[in-house]
Design a protein around this ligand. Structure first.
Ligand SMILES: *Cc1c(COP(=O)(O)O)cnc(C)c1O
Length: 223
């Protein structure tokens, strides 16, 4: 078994244990393998090992890798990194799911690209400057705007809490996201990464975004 298949098997085991502890069924949770920085070959290897959902952060990076992937039946590609409105069109062509909608302007641009897309609204729940996402205050208005756009199918909310020193640090953010999703009638919650996805599963995550624990450590760089 290759390193990626081993990583995937370990993550799978952790998901099953967390789901079991939380009294949830494994089938409610979609594992997204975050392949940013890794070459197309790593995506293919993970696909061969059974992974079907992939997350990428940068439009340009994935634009370069996509042709090398060839046809991967049933693979779903999620954009999980911040998206600028001027990249909306290529993003809409490359990805099936955009998890980082955080402004009306971006939502409109995605809609105008003319392809049917599943979208998540990214919520900013921490005061940290660098984090993208819509504020809780502006969330209702953005959700209304997204719901009015014919090509966008609003699935749920996404959050990226401050880097946790301890997995428990993320729990209040996950709990808050679940509360907001409940309040606005949204079924899907994208939350949890390599370091804290068990906590996210306990708090109701339906999609978890896991990079390092599957693909290994990333080289230092823009990621
Ligand atoms: C990189 C990234 C992840 C995966 O992080 P790991 O700690 O490697 O699992 C998940 N979500 C987002 C938005 C990311 O940018």
């Amino acid at each position: 078994m290759g390193l990626i298949a081993e990583g995937l098997a370990r993550v799978e085991q952790r998901i099953e244990q967390a789901a079991h502890r939380a009294g949830r069924s494994r089938g409610e949770i979609t594992l997204i393998g975050v392949s940013k920085v890794f070459p197309a070959a790593a995506i293919c290897e993970a696909y061969q090992a059974g992974l079907r959902h992939f997350g990428e952060n940068y439009v340009q990076e994935f634009q370069a890798k996509r042709p090398e992937l060839g046809d991967l039946p049933e693979a779903t590609f999620h954009l999980i990194g911040h998206l600028q409105s001027n990249k909306a069109r290529p993003a809409a062509e490359l990805f099936d799911v955009i998890q980082t909608v955080d402004s009306e302007r971006l939502a409109k641009r995605l809609d105008e690209a003319g392809r049917r897309l599943q979208v998540f609204v990214e919520v900013k729940l921490s005061p940290e400057e660098a984090k993208s996402g819509v504020s809780e205050q502006d969330l209702p208005r953005l959700l209304d705007a997204v719901r009015a756009l014919g090509n966008l199918e609003l699935r749920g909310l996404m959050v990226m809490p401050p880097w946790p020193e301890n997995p428990e640090d993320s729990r209040p953010y996950f709990r808050k996201l679940r509360e907001l999703a409940g309040r606005f009638g949204l079924a899907q919650l994208s939350m949890g990464m390599s370091g804290d996805f068990e906590v996210a599963i306990e708090e109701g995550a339906t999609l978890i975004r896991v990079g390092t624990a599957i693909f290994g450590p990333r080289k230092k760089g823009p990621a």
